[in-house]
Design a protein around this ligand. Structure first.
Ligand SMILES: [Zn+2]
Length: 82
């Protein structure tokens, strides 16, 4: 019954090179599984729970989960259980 979600990594084009504090833009975001599948097959962008839109391209297991997505996912799951 719960919305099926998967994580997908974000890969952003960095126009300004960053060093020390870089990398915080790369997260694994939660997206709907059907969207992730479609993105893989058709190369279309997906929209994460937090509203981020991008074309996923890499293995999400290497990235930390987006905190915003995690919060929204928790809310969805809690609502489903109640
Ligand atoms: Zn996110």
């Amino acid at each position: 019954m719960a919305t099926e979600l998967v994580t997908a990594p974000i890969e952003e084009t960095v126009t300004n090179p960053v060093t020390d504090d870089g990398g915080h833009d790369r997260f694994a975001h939660y997206v709907r599984k059907s969207d992730a599948t479609r993105a893989t097959v058709e190369g279309v962008p997906v929209r994460a729970l937090c509203g981020k839109v991008w074309v996923p391209s890499r293995d999400p297991s290497k990235y930390p989960v987006c905190p915003e997505c995690a919060k929204i996912r928790d809310r969805l799951l809690n609502r489903g259980n109640n």
